[in-house]
Design a protein around this ligand. Sequence first.
Ligand code: BGC
Length: 767
Amino acid sequence: MNTKLLLTACVAVFCAVLAQACAGGANKAVKLGESSIDEVVAAMTLEEKARLLVGAGMAGAGGDASDGKAPAVGETLSLVPGAAGTTAPIPRLGIPAIVLADGPAGLRIAPRREGDGATYFGTAFPVATLLASTWNCALDEEVGKAIGNEVLEYGVDVLLAPALNIHRHPLCGRNFEYYSEDPLLSGKTAAAVVRGVQGNGVGTSVKHFAANNQETNRMGNDARVSPRALREIYLKGFEIAVKEGEPWTVMSSYNRVNGVYASESRELLTDILRSDWGFDGAVMTDWFGGADVAKQVHAGNDLMMPGRPDQEKAIIDAVKSGALDVKDVDASVRRVLELVVRSPRFKGYKYSNRPDLAAHAKVTRESAAEGMVLLKNDGGALPLAAGVKSVAAFGTTSYDFISGGTGSGDVNEAYTVSLVDGLENAGYTLDAALKARYEEHLRAENEKNKPEAGPMAAFMPKARAAEFVPDRAFLDALAKRADVALVTIGRNSGEFQDRLVAGDFDLAVEEAALVKDVSEAFRRAGKKTVVILNIGGVVETASWKRHPDAILLAWQAGQEGGNSVADVLGGAVSPSGKLPMTFPVRLEDVPSHKNFPLDYAPGAPDLSPQPSQNRPNIDFTDYAEDVFVGYRHYDTHGKEVSYPFGYGLSYAKFDYSEPSLSRDGDGYAVGVTVKNSGAAAGKEVVQLYVGAPPNPARPKPAKELKGFAKTRLLQPGEGERVTIKVAAGDLASFDADAGKWVVDAGGYKFHLASSSRDIRATLTATR
Ligand code: BGC
């Protein structure tokens, strides 16, 4: 190279360095962690700001597809294979990418990696609905702690959970990922899980904010809901979770709320979430959610996930054209940087990839047993008598137990303990001939129902095996030789699709026949039948519940599910779960039933966002039932239900005495003594419902849950005094005209109850 060329090259390099330094502000040594966040923001170019607000993409989905893989939802190009996404790194400023992965039933990552012999299994904990059924926040926090440890030790920074949308209708396909039809129970459970997870120094993302109560056309549907119902029912749980859990992030939902995409709603994301509730973390979109990035940033939706390059361009163009104020961009950049700074990856945490899976298996086994709900127990059928040794297990899911739902809420666990495995572990003998028949039947059904190839297959529920109903001769022989019959009814569902009525909410004809025929054959032989419900959402029970002696609602109980059921059946654990929702007599009784999409399987009608078509329950859904969701409706109108909210039996028996009510600051303290007068140990969930004075301007539900407390394990004869506090603000309802919460004057009824339909004492106070 001659001197002139060398000189030209040197000048070029010098200019490039200078340009870089100028573009990035005056000080090229600015680094996140060493410099203040304000200095980092000041040093960033508009392009870098836009890059930071848009996630790094998803393989094959318009992001970095450099690994050449086919599009695969749930797969990632990120640092932890199988995580849902990452933020964008900006090395020049010392900003690393951080990793976000699903929940809620455990950490969802890929269990195996190419060219790597090691495994990366996550523990499948019980589904969210089961956790809510424990009504035990300390235990929920322990589960959160164990999940958070896996998040930390597998190198993930933020868990995309918990999810706390309201169970508005039993057929929402994702209800298993959510807690309850009641916002207080939802919020308290979510806050406990957030505290548990974040205690590990990793983040959570409470989702999906807000009013995401159906899967049908979830990316286009407009939830039309009154401001009062929004505040009292659909936002209340989030308010509690935000104030009492302090999550690092919130995930906005796909749907619109009263015409505006949740991710584009400044009212939701800034006025309510931040100004009213004091949330100081970051908000991210649900995956590919919303339409207009500039509106999202202005609304206070800081991160677009998983991120597409066109979104970066849209931010840059909007700022340049004046459509988006750079101040809004800076506010979001600041919040994303604050999130990054909190993350273990930024702090250089050396994760082990070896969480203590054996310890977590114990956590999931115990928590699952505590959330199972004993719906029926005639003649003391349970716990199984000491003489019961041999079990005839019916129902395909006895052998192919469902640990959790599908979609992003699924976990890649190492194993699932089926019901029959659990029973054998507990020392019971399974009827071998029946077991062989079921195994053969299942093999044939699985062969018939082989999932189609393709990335979505693993994401959707597999086709359910048809039920096998033994003929009468075989049944009678079984009833003669086995000590007890178990009949498992299984259900699965997941995102993208709401559940169906026929054969899903309703029992299939074969299932109903199985329950009836087995119960009758075993009754003829003087033996008992127990139905196990291995389900993620409510099913019809009124038409068949008279047949079996006992019904145990086991939910989808995580990878140790079979062991947990055996713990309850055998009496090692006394059931103490209570329903977090109502089981209606008929689906038509559900207050939102006229305004819920029915029988839309994906691929059937066109469910893409087409608001112009204005199809009821697809393009928009009227929340006409307003605040009267679940028991608020059934109890106010005296409707018969199959199993009420808050219901659940125990092997123990609880007496309530000495109820008391006293002023506590501006609110009240309500107390009661619970005594176990039964012969077995047990825990009781004391529920406090409040009936507000009538107000014609804002019709009030007959009663609403305002607090709850679970006793410790009470031995026979033992008692515990329980106190539940209610602040004055908790008695308020939302006055939409005034735009504020109001505590009406008048008499308030405080009901101490064992379920919403089993009130043990009522006290009144006048304000
Ligand atoms: C789900 C979210 C999930 C995200 C990332 C979306 O389809 O709605 O709950 O966190 O995917 O996997």
